[in-house]
Design a protein around this ligand. Sequence first.
Ligand code: NAD
Ligand code: UDP
Length: 337
Amino acid sequence: MTKRILLTGGLGYIGSHTYVALVAAGYDVVILDNLSNSKRSVCDRLAQITGRDTTFVQADILDEPALAQLFSDYDFDAVIHFAGLKAVGESVEKPLEYMQVNVTGLVNILQAMQAASVNALVFSSSATVYDVSNTSPLREDMQTGFTNPYGYTKLTCEQILEQAVAANPSLKTGVLRYFNPAGADVSGLIGEDPNDIPNNLMPYISRVAIGEYEFLRVWGDDYDTPDGTGVRDYIHVSDLANGHVLSLNALLDRDESHLVNLGRGRGYSVMQVLNSYSRACGRELPYQVMPRRAGDIAEMYADVERAKQVLGFTVSRDLDDMCDSSWNWITTGAKDA
Ligand code: NAD
Ligand code: UDP
């Protein structure tokens, strides 16, 4: 029988791409989102891509009665929980808001699941939970830590899940530590389009590419890396989306919890990303080297062995695919989204 999945935050960047992957894998999906960082028009885009109507409920994960109603309206087999706040800088300004939405929001979801006897949850964690003292490649059993309220909420959520599973052996969780998602669906209809000035590298470069910003500010070129600029593990958002399908399959078929990194297992420098994007958009993109950004580390990339062994996860897209698809999205779909 077709399995029904609740996708919280399903109209956002990673959620919308995961929706496409889930529908392609034969799942029936209901999206919950409060539209705080996404647009209703994504529903139509998702329908266009999948050829099926999108089931969307506008609600907030902090609204407990609305969650109870949703769980009584639909029989869910599992939940994938993306909804939350994700801007590191903003979390320093508004730590309580981050704790309420990210931590209380997760507790609300777990309680609603428990009340409805839904026992499988995939959770969006982040490589930010690794302590900065670790050396890459980062392995799941390495030391955790946090340097800002956003990281604190992600680590706290992981610990809450651990304790919830310990207390309820029927509950199975897939904790996915994302590295740096980038790129967009091949259709160009969905992608990342931050409302504010982007902090992250790829969306900032895309704005330079369309001429909205004059140049990229490269935060430091004196790191101990091959070209001196920061190295990160960029993963195509459609590969990341497939990782969620594999995680869900593992929870539903094998009834086993897991905690895995989702990355490509190799790093690219800021200059490599800029060069790849320059190739994608057909012009040399301007940049200026600035002092290092506070809190940044030289390099960070995943050990991907566990994801491969436990989930069979591999990627099929490279950095050029990420830049090509980002450019396609920003010059087509993003314009009238
Ligand atoms: P996003 O902001 O694009 O998507 C989040 C979605 O959740 C949005 O559509 C937003 O409207 C919705 N939302 C926010 N608060 C809500 C609430 N209270 N109730 C209901 N809906 C709410 O973010 P994303 O990049 O797709 O990230 C998804 C998840 O992955 C987040 O939990 C984020 O912390 C995590 N994550 C993201 C990255 C990244 O680089 N994008 C990296 C690691 C982890
Ligand atoms: N970066 C940069 N200019 C920018 C944004 C990011 O040089 O405008 C660099 C940043 O210093 C880091 C890399 O790009 O080395 C990735 O940064 P991002 O914020 O995207 O990811 P994170 O550092 O959170 O992994």
